[in-house]
Write a protein that binds this ligand. Structure first.
Ligand code: NAD
Length: 503
């Protein structure tokens, strides 16, 4: 076993269940395989429903105490989590790479994202403010305030096995909530390692059950968590398929959910675009993380006058993308997560052909152990069935357009609404794209690609992407309960709207 795994407390068999201590995990076990070489890394045990109850009890207990800690003091505890991550950034980044397959630079970036969100959360812990407003009644004062919400359920996807937990947990923690984390069964070791890093810090401060972990099957632990009325907020990141199930179940019990689901992100490339920045933006967006980001560029809506030269440049750039072991510093594109993902990519390219499109390059399996493919570019129409769906692989569909209205129509003409971008040097085009008649996505960029958001902004998307927002701006409000307060300091009891009620 690698030394960095040992430094993260990973053993050959690990418990995946933590209440305020590690439980056995009597619900079976999964083996985590590295997509980089197909080899087993280690095993993780899964929770039973009884163990889930123990986890919930610890999370509830922690919440009761934690909510009474002043928010800025909560921030100081969260700050210490950032110190631990800084000290283990390289190790944890390596584990993200080994278990998920993204290149080491991106593995490091993922850990950095949590460090950034921690810094943000620490500042936020002094700014959880509401408004004051003027009462219509004399001698009255009104304001609103935000209180801790409760136990937050966090369900995470395999492709950001560390950062998505960080976005949720750190904001939840400064807001006064405790967390139950159900990670993806494709990347359970990252979750175990993070628990190993954070638990001692939280225990030292008397809150061992603030961040709990409940690794388990979707239909056992996932659904138990989703249906649990003791969890007022479920934040779920993953596919649209999962979001439709989870969203409906949480809504069915009138709980709240933050849904961060699939994207079908496009870049509009206009005739005035600076190709020196557009081409690298497109390549990073489409090929980075082997096309397995929710914000991956999946469609290039390209002005018809540019298509030939842009395709030539892209095919040329794709030929230079070094595909290989993601831990190798020279590699630009690692493997897909598993065999299923390879099959889905190849099936999608077959479908493009069947629908009348043309695969211009890529899509072949790379002959080495693991799940490596070459990134693909295909000419397609926006209305193709396959283009309307997110295939979680590096396929870029090139769709020609003739005027901006048509381009924006294509951009918005898919069920998902996560990230979008335009490359233009025309102020009118950029502003139209950002206006109310422009992109309908949660994220809209000018002269920047679709992926690689900063944590300071609210992150999330519209339509089938689920409508949730996480990370910066005022996303924290979803993790708290809002209360409107009216205080009467007069000796009268006037009623609102001038209603009289005399007896
Ligand atoms: P997935 O939907 O297969 O799984 C996501 C998580 O949901 C996993 O933890 C899984 O175990 C859990 N899950 C699945 N069914 C469940 C159920 N019925 N009840 C409870 N939990 C359930 O997704 P994935 O393959 O891990 O991740 C890739 C997908 O995630 C892509 O569609 C990608 O776009 C999306 N994603 C979105 C964002 C975003 O912020 N919008 C970020 C990352 C990934």
């Amino acid at each position: 076993m690698h030394d960095f795994l040992k430094r993260l407390g990973i053993k050959e068999v690990n418990s995946g269940v933590f209440s305020d201590k590690w439980l056995e995990g009597k619900g079976g076990e999964v083996t985590s395989y590295s997509p980089a070489n197909g080899e087993a890394i280690a095993k993780v045990t899964l929770a039973t429903k009884e163990e889930y109850e123990e986890v919930m009890a610890a999370a509830q207990e922690s919440f009761k105490k934690w909510r009474t800690v002043p928010a800025p003091i909560r921030g100081q505890v969260v700050r210490e989590l950032g110190e631990v991550l800084r000290a283990h950034k390289d190790d944890l980044g390596r584990l993200v790479t080994l278990e998920m397959g993204k290149i080491h630079q991106e593995g490091l970036g993922e850990v950095q994202e949590i460090i950034d969100i921690i810094d943000y959360a620490v500042g936020l812990s002094r700014q959880l403010y509401g408004f004051t407003m003027h009462s219509e009644r004399p001698g009255h004062r009104m304001y609103d305030q935000y209180h801790p919400l409760g136990v937050v359920g966090v369900i995470t996807a395999f492709n950001f096995p560390a950062a998505v937990f960080g976005w949720n947990a750190m904001i939840a923690a400064v807001c006064g909530d405790s967390v139950v984390w159900k990670p993806s069964l494709k990347t359970p070791l990252v979750a175990v390692a993070m628990q190993n890093l954070f638990a001692p810090v939280l225990a030292k401060h008397g809150f061992p059950g603030l961040f709990t972990l409940c690794t388990g099957e979707d239909l056992v632990i996932g659904e138990t968590l989703v249906n649990d009325h003791r969890i007022p907020l479920v934040s779920a990141t993953g596919s649209v398929r999962m979001g439709k199930i989870v969203g409906a179940k949480v809504a069915g019990r009138l709980g709240r959910s933050i849904l961060e689901l699939g994207g079908n992100n496009a870049i509009i490339l206009t005739p005035s675009a600076d190709l020196n920045i557009a081409i690298p933006g497109i390549v990073f967006g489409a090929v980075g993380t082997a096309g397995q980001r929710c914000t991956t560029t999946r469609r290039l809506i390209c002005h018809e006058s540019l298509v030939d030269q842009v395709v030539e440049k892209l095919v040329n750039a794709y030929g230079q993308v070094r595909i290989g072991d993601p831990l190798d510093a020279d590699t630009l594109m690692g493997p897909l997560i598993d065999e299923d993902a390879v099959q889905q990519m190849q099936a999608a390219l077959e479908k493009v052909r069947q629908e009348g499109g043309e695969v211009l390059c890529g899509g072949e399996r790379v002959d080495r152990p693991g799940f490596y493919v070459t990134p693909a570019i295909a000419k397609a129409k926006n209305e193709f069935d396959i283009v309307q769906n997110e295939t979680f692989a590096p396929i870029l569909y090139v769709i020609p357009y003739s005027n901006l209205d048509e381009a924006i129509g294509y951009q918005n003409g898919v069920p998902q609404g996560l990230s979008s971008a335009i490359f233009t040097n025309e102020m009118r085009e950029g502003e139209t794209f950002l206006s109310h008649v422009g992109s309908d996505c949660g994220i809209a960029n000018v002269n920047i690609g679709t992926s690689g958001a900063e944590i300071g902004g609210a992150f999330g998307g519209e339509k089938e992407t689920g409508g949730g927002r996480e990370s910066g701006s005022d996303s924290w409000k979803a993790y708290m309960r809002r209360q409107t307060n009216t205080i009467n300091y007069s000796s009268e009891l006037p009623l609102a709207q001038g209603i009289t009620f005399e007896f």
